[in-house]
Design a protein around this ligand. Sequence first.
Ligand code: FE6
Length: 616
Amino acid sequence: MSNPSVEKHEFQAEIRQLLDIVIHSLYTHREIFLRELVSNAADALEKFRHLHLTEKEVFDDRLPLEINITTDDQAKTVTIQDFGVGMTREELIENIGTIAHSGTKKFLKALAEGNQRDVNLIGQFGVGFYSAFMVAKRVRVYTRSWHPEGTGHCWTSDGSGTFEIEEVEGQRRGCKIVLELKDDCHEFANADRIREILRRYSSFVPFPINLNGERVNTVQAIWLRNKNEIKDEEYTEFYKYQANAFDEPRYRLHFSADAPLAIHALLFVPQENPERWGFGRIDPEVALYCRKILIDAQPKDLLPEWLRFLRGVVDCEDLPLNISRETLQDRTLIEKLNKIVTGRFLKFLAEEAKNRPEGYDEFFRKFGIYIKEGVATDFTHREALAKLLRMESSVTEKGKYPSLADYVSRMGSEQREIYYLIGPNREALEASPYYEAFKLRGLEVLFLYEPVDEFVMNNLREFDGKKLVSADSPDLKLPDVPTPEAENALSEDETKALCSWLKDTLGERVGKVEASQRLVDSPAMALNTDFMSAHMRRMMRAMDQEVSNNVKVDLQINPRHPLIINLNKARETKGDLAPLIAEQLLDDALIAAGLLEDFRPMLGRLNRILEAAAQS
Ligand code: FE6
């Protein structure tokens, strides 16, 4: 006997796959289903509270904004009910179709890449509802939207591939989710167990939660309380709730301001950078409240992009509830807020750097990439951010992290510029031909190891009135010092002749060839006169842009180096070998410059040189 008002639908392939995993392979932390359903209920209530202030007419407008949970130990069910915005029939179907779609894909990907415990992440992908199927053999969703017109519906599924939707009469606003528990999940029909889970995961839900009619949480907007009265554990618990996190926060900043805006803010830096290991870009998640009412959980312009790793809450009493990015007045307000909160956080970091440098170094190792992004992109805060940069230096030990200000404090009175060098690691930079001139003159060079550093330094351009100059620039002006003695260095004429021979031999591959004033231990050095640096070339390639393999460089040679001295002889005595050596000399210089990307074409030549060297 089929009921004609019942409609049967099939889940989309991705959702089927998600349900299959949720039902069959996730057995740890099953209790998180409750956090997810309570969190959905709280979101729906928050939305309703907001709507109620802006909409003329809503359905069932006298219901209390609360979450009711009931357990039935006999029937082995647990029910989560809210008087939130609820769903229309279309939304019920759409939720399952399109909205959940992208989140599902991402969640599946994260699961495939991670381990079992990642089920904890389900809420972060917006598909927390499906975690109900970890514990339920059948789920019923009774719901009625806030829209004045329309009716209620019941959605039901056993998670196996199809769901049914039926119209129901007399449904109140919001959502009621009834879980028929699986045989091995009967513990969740026990009120004590549910109370324990609620305490663990849902303490700060800003709506009353009643369990079998008894209130279990006390609403606490911790950010509005006096700092001195809040325990560390309370902060940590709030952070875990707010950020969906499992770690202890690395930093927290709790502050209030009265002018120019009344603000209460509680910000956290997580222990780890959530974008590490290529997890992709995270969304900004410092929620914007006005007097405890959530305005936007992920406001876009509240903080600059480079602060997207922050978690927490900004509560501003002076905001309209229906704030909009579209009106100029509201935009100006958000901009003001942004300026105040960002400024305060930068000041906080500067204080941490000063008072607890070791902790700050660790912060910088994990989150420095955001500071660098800020330096490169945020003109307003560039100066403050530049002071927060840390990098290795030729005069400090490996692993030490001085600042630009430290560098400046060590500069000699004649030095006008700050020198830096970018490369794969400290060892490579210390052995780099570009470093030799600085080492000889006792000039400090900052060592940078990340691809973004070039972008950062180019954008920063100067610090404390001193130009930032890359140690591999073609047009360096360094103080004159006597060049080190060498027994049989080439004379000026010999050098000139060798340079002109090199130019003829290397042809189009080089621009000028000349004697270097900068080299000490290396035979030669390539100076990139191309507008594109090694790093830019790699980036262009990564973006599938055509980049010619033949980079144009000037070659500088060291007339005191045995290889150069011998090469000068070889071009007379070993007519076959000398051009090969010249080519290899250039390739070696390109390697040191990071400008040679494919080493394979060089092997044939190298073998011929080795062959000659091995000849007795
Ligand atoms: C999650 C059911 C799909 C509202 N209130 C509550 N939960 C909600 C919504 N969800 N989506 C909207 C969800 C379901 C299905 C997603 Br089927 F509850 N409590 Cl308004």
